[in-house]
Design a protein around this ligand. Structure first.
Ligand code: GLN
Length: 278
């Protein structure tokens, strides 16, 4: 089948943009380049794969799972149905965290960093990549998610340490300079998009009745896992700023708490830090 025919085949089944994205991704081109080689044959093995992916989309699979990867900080991360699909807001969290780190530690590296609920590993692996002298540890409760993060660590050649566990419950480790997390924070009764609800792991989405149960779990133990001078960085739901700030104040004293908005103007990141005595 030629590229032009393959696009037509896909267009009959899914949105034409999706067909072009799948095909160009498999051929290692960008979607516009397809038009420069419409007459070329699609290699048979790629055609098979293309048809499978088209079918997955037709059945309601998110495109990121269908193609099996996402871009995060200009790196390609493998994803499958065992992990949350990394969101653009999470890139913003990492970007802001790097700014805080620069501001708080200046050149005082290396740092000891923990990514709690790592899923595919996008947060922790990106931080390790950006801060190569530091030691980054990744933790998740799901073995399947950890396998995805390990695969990404190997493919991207970013070595980190892995732990399986329920947040800080029983974690064996020395204290951290930085703990960062995008935990599950959707309220049990919250309406969410059908495609998310049907496909992404509930374990990675829901944070109990009020959406705060994972933050509570983290905060309960966080004191003994943080150094005197620290940064704690959370992605949060857009209505959680005040309730989470109150919760933080119960568990952590003498800290600065700052909430940042994402590019859409929603309160989506909470940074808690103590600069210490130097
Ligand atoms: N840390 C991963 C991400 O941000 C997974 C988050 C999660 O599973 N809640 O994409």
């Amino acid at each position: 089948m030629r590229i032009e025919e393959a696009i037509c085949y896909g267009k009959e089944k899914v949105h034409s943009d999706f067909a072009k994205i799948l095909l160009s991704d498999l051929l290692g081109k960008n979607p516009l380049e397809l038009y420069l080689c419409l007459e070329e044959e699609v290699p048979i093995n790629l055609l098979e794969q293309y048809k499978k992916e088209i079918q997955a989309l037709q059945e309601g699979t998110p495109i990121q799972y269908a193609i099996g990867h996402v871009q995060f900080f200009n790196r390609q991360f493998y994803v499958d149905k065992n992990v949350l699909i990394p969101r653009f807001e999470t890139e913003e969290l990492v970007e802001k965290a790097l700014e805080y780190i620069q501001q708080i530690w200046e050149k005082d590296f290396p740092l000891h960093i923990l990514d709690l609920g790592c899923g595919s590993g996008v947060i922790g692996l990106t931080l390790q990549d950006k801060l190569p002298s530091s030691t980054v540890e990744l933790l998740d409760i799901s073995e399947k998610a950890l396998n995805v993060a390990k695969k990404n660590s190997e493919t991207l050649q970013i070595p980190v340490l892995f732990h399986q566990g329920d947040f800080l419950e029983n974690l064996e480790s020395s204290p951290f300079d930085i703990i960062i997390s995008n935990p599950p924070y959707i309220r049990e009764d919250e309406e969410i998009e059908e495609i998310v609800k049907k496909n992404e792991p509930a374990l990675a989405l829901y944070g109990g009745k009020d959406g705060l149960s994972c933050y509570r779990k983290i905060l309960q133990h966080v004191n003994s896992y943080l150094k005197e001078k620290f940064l704690l960085a959370f992605e949060i739901g857009e209505t959680q700023k005040d309730s989470l700030t109150e919760l933080v104040k119960i568990y952590l004293k003498d800290v600065e708490i700052e909430c940042l908005k994402d590019l859409q103007g929603r309160d989506r990141m909470l940074f808690v830090y103590r600069k210490g005595n130097g």
